[in-house]
Design a binder for this molecule. Sequence first.
Ligand SMILES: Cc1ncc(COP(=O)(O)O)c(C=O)c1O
Length: 393
Amino acid sequence: MNETVAPGGAELRARAEIDLAAVRANVRALRERAPGAALMAVVKADGYGHGAVACARAAVEAGATWLGTATPQEALALRAPGAGVPDDVRIMCWLWTPGGPWREAVEAGLDVSLSGMWALREVIGAARLAGRPARVQLKADTGLGRGGCQPGDDWAELVAEALRAEAEGLLRVTGLWSHFACADEPGHPSVAAQLTRFREMVAYAERQGVDPEVRHIANSPATLTLPESHFDLVRPGIAMYGVSPSPEIGTPADFGLRPVMTLSAALALVKHVPGGHGVSYGHHYVTPGETTLGLVPLGYADGIPRHASSSGPVLVEGKWRTVAGRIAMDQFVVDLGGDEPGPGAEAVLFGPGDRGEPTAEDWAQAAGTIAYEIVTRIGSRVPRVYVNEEQGG
Ligand SMILES: Cc1ncc(COP(=O)(O)O)c(C=O)c1O
């Protein structure tokens, strides 16, 4: 058995390499798709697992003038002094629950999304305490059936009360916005229906006197494929990380996008085993003959989906290997077919694909999920290693 530690300095158990030049290039590519609109880089969920602050900064360097998050805590972290996000970059967050923190959000100058009257009342209270007007964006449910205010009486009431508060100097309605249900399914009838509804709800609010800075509805698939949805601002998330919103609409390369994350690990063990040897919990894999097994020190606690047991692909020494048996909490095994890479040899789970490695999409297919989930769930135990941090890289 070759016990030499593989060259290449595999000093980390595992790493998620984050290519910030790819973030910048992807944001530029997205801006070219929507030349008449500003761009909000969506960096919720720690930048879809890539690191919110680093990706936000890279996106801003490439021309994003807005940042978007789900929770107010995520947005406040981007406003923190050390984050290095310029003050003139607007930050919006949309997932609120009673209690806020509304006042902190108002004081930080965040754009806060309101879907209903309870939230309007809370933000008005916070604006009074803060002694400054809140920046609010009214969210319309144009058909997603998730967040957002229903059209009709609910929308009329929200618009009227927001205008009343605006007249009192307690807030400014900076945006009118919505979110698609099926933009990743081109031609889905809900897309046109939502656009019509959005135009109607915006027109209603504007007739009542709302004068928003931005109207927006486009996520990544809409930014890439639906120019009529771009309005004043596009809000791509997954595409800025170089992942296609859906294989049906195209690969990242089809849109000039480059995957940002490369997930790799150093093999923790390589050993010979006889044929008929059960592998990992449950013995769902049994070696078909004498072979070598490689131990990959990543598991479902690191976000490797257990559903990809016996199917997830890994590149080791230029060859695709498949997860052998169950993915455990911290580790899984690949059958190396008799090859003997040294312990420490690199196992690449996914990356851009240039070196022949699988992509996040390959893992999504292996696990029966979407690539969003693959990148977003990579756990905090896996260090993010940033490359090309300097602009020009
Ligand atoms: C409100 C909102 N806007 C934009 C996005 C970005 O979506 P995508 O990652 O598909 O571009 C999301 C993410 O789900 C979202 O929740």
